[in-house]
Design a protein around this ligand. Structure first.
Ligand SMILES: NC(=O)c1ccc[n+]([C@@H]2O[C@H](COP(=O)([O-])OP(=O)(O)OC[C@H]3O[C@@H](n4cnc5c(N)ncnc54)[C@H](OP(=O)(O)O)[C@@H]3O)[C@@H](O)[C@H]2O)c1
Length: 300
């Protein structure tokens, strides 16, 4: 059975707060740790949970430890705390990339009698309710209690309305390169492309119908989010580097089509994209969704 003492490393951060609130609501006794003591105290007070200024003290009695710190610090944190954990403890992370983390966890469970589970919540700190959001789960392994502990936790997530997707590090990082890295990149590039034209956005908006307006709002919402994390998701994922190579050849191909006024090739590349998207469940309603969003923007 899952123990109730749960420590969140990075508990004063955006996602740490989301999970602190979630686990507290589900009956766990929460302790948070982070380096900046002032912020830690404020968050502990706000959520009425405990804080601990010593990393060692924060984890030594914990039944469950959730590491919720930037991607590039997660591996060394896992290595640092693993020897400090009690037998059968469940160590989890929520980083947006999994290859390095799961690799490290696989080595750690061979040395220490603990359990490891890697999670990737497919939502950000702005979430109000986790219901119907996806949580990707990567089972790493551990002690003889592993299946019971992990199944109990997954049931808890499901009872709270989360949709669980099980994955492997390879599949996870390959797909995340496309579902997070690509949309982040396109929106950063979109705003920079417009900026380099030297046309002010406010002026361009006067020439806007529907598509540009929606694209602009989408990009503006992305560009106000977690810059450091967006950088890590793209730079640290080798799978994203492969996507960039694909993009480079696609842009070259597209440029040739346009410069050579090759209408049949244009039709071909357009229809290939159309056929690919037809397989998607949202395809047939997407035009309606588009106008639903427009209604909000135009305040009809
Ligand atoms: N934001 C999202 O949309 C999102 C979605 C899914 C998954 N994630 C993952 O969630 C994790 C946390 O993201 P976040 O957005 O919550 O970040 P955040 O708001 O920047 O919070 C990071 C937290 O970690 C602490 N921290 C930073 N470096 C640390 C270190 N070296 N040792 C100990 N504590 C450290 C910070 O406090 P101090 O600086 O005071 O130590 C803070 O409490 C990341 O791995 C990210 O990939 C984020």
């Amino acid at each position: 059975m899952l123990g109730k003492n749960l420590t969140i490393i990075g508990g004063s951060g955006g996602m740490g707060k989301v999970f602190g609130e979630f686990f507290k609501r589900n009956g766990f006794k929460i302790t948070i740790y982070a380096r900046n003591l002032e912020r830690l105290k404020i968050v502990a007070h706000e959520f009425d949970i405990n804080y601990e200024s010593s990393l060692e003290e924060s984890v030594k009695d914990a039944d469950i430890i959730l590491v919720s710190i930037p991607i590039t610090s997660t591996v060394s944190m896992i290595q640092k705390i693993s020897p400090l954990l009690k037998k059968n403890a469940l160590l989890m992370d929520i980083t947006s990339l999994k290859n390095m983390v799961v690799n490290t966890m696989q080595k750690i469970i061979k040395v220490y009698p603990i359990n490891c589970l890697s999670l990737h919540p497919m939502f950000g700190p702005g979430i109000k309710d986790m219901k119907n959001y996806v949580m990707i789960v990567l089972k790493v392994g551990g002690t003889e209690n592993y299946d019971d502990l992990v199944n109990e936790l997954i049931t808890l997530f499901e009872l709270n309305g989360l949709i669980i997707t099980e994955s492997t590090p390879e599949i996870h990082d390959r797909r995340i390169a496309l579902t997070l890295g690509v949309p982040h990149m396109f929106n950063i590039l979109f705003l920079n492309l417009i900026r380099r034209s030297k046309e002010p956005l406010t002026e361009l908006t006067k020439y806007t119908g529907t598509t540009f307006l929606l694209q602009k709002v989408f990009a503006e919402s992305i560009i106000q989010r977690e810059r450091d994390m967006f950088a890590e998701i793209q730079i640290e994922n080798q799978e994203f580097h492969k996507v960039l190579n694909l993009l480079e050849s696609l842009i070259k191909e597209y440029k040739t089509i346009i410069q050579k006024k090759n209408i049949s090739k244009f039709n071909q590349i357009f229809d290939e994209a159309l056929d690919y998207s037809k397989e998607d469940n949202d395809f047939k309603d997407s035009y309606r969704y588009f106008y639903d969003f427009m209604k909000i923007l135009k305040q009809e």
